[in-house]
Write a protein that binds this ligand. Structure first.
Ligand code: MN
Ligand code: MN
Length: 143
């Protein structure tokens, strides 16, 4: 269960589901998509109200759930094809049943997720390219 998190039902069934649908759509259009996701913070609000943990304190309920998508046209040698024009979609959502179903409104920068989590995402991408890709918010279509 190392790849599971307690996620508010409306986040999972609406916001996240819509983003997953859109990701499948991108793949259907001839793209390949790298998907990185995670969570941070403590305390979410699901069907039973707010909780900091579940299972007698053994599992932390995260406060935020984020995802970063890197969209490339299908092809080989992916790393070498990532440049400052590559579409990168970063989303950071509240782990709450009052989340909006429109994931597009939660778009942010990769840099913001990096500073919230302490991770260096896309770390295999050359630093200059990371700098450009990670500092801008996606404005592309959302469905
Ligand atoms: Mn960065
Ligand atoms: Mn980075």
């Amino acid at each position: 269960m190392t790849n599971m998190i307690p996620q508010a039902p409306n986040n999972n069934q609406e916001t996240w589901a819509n983003l997953e649908d859109y990701t499948r759509e991108l793949v259907g259009e001839g793209n390949e998509v790298y998907v990185i996701m995670g969570s941070y913070g403590v305390g979410g609000t699901g069907g039973n109200g707010n909780a900091q943990t579940i299972d007698n304190g053994r599992v932390t309920v995260p406060k935020r759930i984020w995802k970063v998508l890197v969209v490339l046209q299908e092809g080989g040698d992916d790393l070498s094809r990532i440049n400052t024009d590559t579409r990168v979609i970063a989303v950071d959502t509240p782990n709450s049943n009052s989340v909006d179903s429109d994931w597009g409104g939660y778009r942010t920068t990769v840099d913001a997720i990096e500073s919230a989590t302490g991770y260096d995402l896309l770390s295999a991408v050359p630093v200059q390219v990371q700098r450009a890709l990670e500092s801008s918010v996606d404005t592309g279509p959302t469905n």
